[in-house]
Design a protein around this ligand. Structure first.
Ligand code: NAI
Length: 709
């Protein structure tokens, strides 16, 4: 047996799951036969009173379904058959003659959690690696192993919908509180505790696993009528959040409803049918592409060159510095934050504490974990204490001279092997490194705001940056939990550079008399989390004006002039959300039901108060294609190493609609010839900013694509 190993400890059987040749356990058709054989064996062995299901992998129970394997199934109906086989097996497990305890250390995600839920008792360890969840929705799918049925029965309707519709992780203590797990213990005690639980369960008469609903749950989910209201509300929310682009959430709700109202058999039948249906949607295909790309990016291609980083210095305890310090300390790295005075340091530490304590209150961290992470961050106002740092990341103000100065001051006190990383969002790294004494050890590490939440890290490499420095920075980023893309140095690198033309285009629409709300609404409807004009307010008009300045020289070389609208707004004191003076109003009482009101005063800068509505198709076309065209130029100029990196960077860093797969997948989907023609037509009408990138013309010439498949 390459996957399961059966061991017996007197009257308790221990089933070890350890998939051969894989780092994590996955669920695939290959497991069906083996699992059946183990259950057959156990059902005949009368000396056994209970069983434990446990993983032999260090960090996972079961990571989820083997997607690559399902990908190979092309025959219509075959996925549905496989899902039904899984159901039959899990039902057998659930009704097994002896109690089975799931002993969970590490990730129990997707099918992993579904296996655990089919067991009779769940013990999870308090290891930070232990997470539970049904993330299928993020792949455009639904939990296909009975999850839409067992989860609501275990934790209640509302909580189960919340888990399945967001795909979020549940930590052990949260799981205990909501009834998802029965017991939490230390990883060292797991096996013994599980054996003990199996023996205890065997002694007691088997009760049906039934949860005790809270008072609110009873009120909200106790009757068919109140449940009906809950489904309706969930559907409305799903519609609002997906804007009709993602079918999975509706199908999840359908399955839950079928199961709770018409019985588990009806629910499972719906699950099998809709699972295959969703699998075959283009949305799920794109989301799975993203998942595979992100999985690939978790591996460092040059792991052998990595040098250890145990101590990090962070310059600047502002918004970004505090975030970087927090995510580093969370992964066991010692951090020294340096700022100009103790007030600034205090604010930075307060930010970190606030965030850690919020996670503690959510039960995502224990008090001990919160305190030990916090104790790893120290604050200083001088450079000398940075003398033991393996890496220093600067997040001081966006000012070239200042960045050069802090680089020199850092180099003066740090050891020879120390890496200097800049978190600049637009300044070329080579400019910052101009007078560096160790230029091979200067690199860009561009994090996004808010750092603990945003998944992307863009690493920027100059021609001088040493290979081991890149490998080490990638290693640190992956450790910090980020999805890392490595790009070449240049104005705005990749993410800032592709975003700028899109925001510029939105401003040009305004200069043509366009309507702020109209533009934002059209782009949100397409699936962007916020519209481009709102985004300018969020990023800051001051930041935008600065970025325009940095990038305009490069654009000018192509005959493209950027609008100076942001510069003009800034001169009049407009900075966006941060100072409450932007394209929208931010003072209290100006937003009704979360809907912001346009600050019509800004129309002064765009030709007056008479506005017109551009046609939605024109807005989409101009904004999306100017973005894609710039992304293509980045690939052409080898700022990007691959289309994949460009897609992941746009989705994870900028909010490009995931169901469209990123700019390159999107162009492939439209067809490069169609993109080329559309750009040419726009160039005739609006000028050289739409001149197609050479690489698009090349691809179109032989009907080519950016991806082979
Ligand atoms: P911030 O203004 O919140 O914080 C900057 C901090 O640096 C302040 O606490 C300041 O006292 C400190 N500082 C200034 N000079 C210093 C020196 N010589 N030594 C030590 N500390 C010093 O700024 P924020 O937003 O954190 O941005 C910092 C950097 O991160 C900038 O380069 C910015 O472009 C970049 N960035 C910002 C993003 C954002 O969304 N805010 C996103 C990505 C990058």
């Amino acid at each position: 047996m390459p996957y399961l190993r059966l061991e017996k400890d007197n009257d308790v059987a221990v089933v070890w799951m350890d998939q051969e040749g894989e780092k994590v356990n996955k669920l695939g058709d290959y497991l069906l036969g083996e699992f059946t054989a183990v259950l057959d064996d156990l059902s005949q062995d009368n000396s056994i009173v209970g069983a434990v299901l446990i993983s032999g992998k260090p960090d996972t129970f079961i990571a989820g379904a083997d997607l690559e394997r399902v990908n190979e199934i092309t025959e219509p109906g075959a996925i549905q058959t496989l899902v039904k086989q899984g159901h039959a097996l899990f039902n057998r497990l659930e009704n097994f003659r002896i109690p089975v305890v799931a002993a969970i250390n590490g990730a129990a995600l997707g099918g992993g959690l579904e296996v655990a839920m089919a067991c009779h008792y769940r013990i999870a360890t308090d290891s930070p690696k232990t997470i539970l969840g049904q993330p299928e929705v993020q792949l455009g799918l639904l939990p296909g192993g009975g999850g839409t049925q067992r989860l609501p029965r275990l934790v209640g309707l509302q909580k189960s919908l919340d888990m399945m519709l967001t795909g979020k992780n549940i930590y052990p203590r949260q799981g205990k509180k909501m009834g998802l797990v029965d017991q939490v213990c230390s990883p060292y005690a797991l096996l013994d505790a599980a054996k003990q639980a199996a023996r205890d369960l065997a002694r007691k008469p088997r009760k049906e696993a039934k949860r005790k609903p809270s008072f609110f749950d009873k009120v909200l989910e106790g009757t068919a009528l109140t449940r009906k209201m809950a489904y309706k509300k969930a559907r409305e929310m799903a519609e609002k959040q997906t804007r009709g682009h993602y079918p999975a959430p509706m199908r999840i709700i359908d399955c839950v409803e079928a199961g709770l109202e018409d019985g588990i058999q009806a629910g499972l039948a719906a699950e099998a049918k809709y699972f295959e249906e969703l699998w075959r949607t283009p949305q799920s295909a794109q989301l799975r592409n993203i998942f595979f790309a992100m999985t690939a990016l978790k591996k460092n291609p040059n792991q052998d060159l990595v040098k250890p980083v145990d101590k990090i210095g962070v310059l600047g305890a502002g918004l970004m510095g505090a975030g970087i310090a927090q995510i580093s300390a969370s992964k066991g790295i010692d951090v020294l934050m340096k700022d100009l005075d103790f007030d600034a340091l205090g604010r930075g530490k307060k930010t970190i504490w606030g965030e850690l304590d919020r996670r503690f209150r959510k039960k995502a961290l224990s008090a001990f974990q919160r305190d030990s992470i916090f104790s790893r961050v120290d604050g200083v106002i001088e450079y000398a204490p940075l003398g033991k740092s393996d890496m220093v990341i600067e997040a001081v103000f966006e000012d070239l001279d200042l960045k050069r100065r802090v680089l020199a001051d850092t180099e003066a006190v740090t050891p020879d092997h120390c890496i200097f990383a800049s978190n600049t969002s637009s300044l070329p790294i080579k400019e910052i490194a101009k007078n560096a004494s160790r230029p091979t050890q200067v690199i860009g590490m561009h994090y996004f705001s808010p750092v603990p939440k945003m998944p992307l890290l863009e690493i920027i490499v100059t021609p001088k940056t040493a290979k081991w420095v890149v490998a080490t920075a990638v290693d640190v980023g992956i450790k910090q939990g980020k999805t890392v893309i490595v790009v070449k140095d240049g104005p705005g690198f990749y993410t800032t550079r592709v975003l700028a033309p899109m925001l510029n285009e939105a401003l040009l629409l305004l200069e043509e008399g366009g309507d702020i709300e109209n533009i934002d609404r059209v782009m949100r409807k397409l699936g962007w989390p916020v519209g481009p004009v709102t985004l300018i307010d969020e990023v800051g008009i001051d930041v935008g004006a600065h970025v325009t300045e940095v990038l305009s020289k490069m654009f000018a070389k192509r005959g493209v002039s950027s609008t100076d609208a942001m510069g003009r707004l800034l001169a009049e004191g407009y900075k966006g959300r941060k100072n409450g003076k932007g394209f929208y109003k931010y003072e209290k009482g100006s937003s009704e039901k979360g809907k912001k009101e346009v600050n019509t005063a800004v129309y002064e800068f765009f030709g007056g108060s008479t506005r017109k509505r551009h046609n939605a198709e024109e807005i989409r076309r101009r904004l999306m294609l100017v973005f894609c065209n710039e992304a293509a130029r980045c690939l052409e100029e080898k700022i990007l190493l691959s289309a994949r990196d460009g897609d992941i960077g746009a989705i994870m860093g900028l909010g490009f609609p995931p169901y469209l797969g990123g700019p390159f997948r999107y162009m492939d989907q439209l067809g490069t010839t169609v993109v080329l023609e559309a750009l040419e037509a726009l160039a005739v009408k609006h000028g050289p900013r739409f001149t197609p990138a050479k690489i698009i013309a090349e691809k179109a010439a032989d009907n080519g694509r950016f991806y082979d498949a």
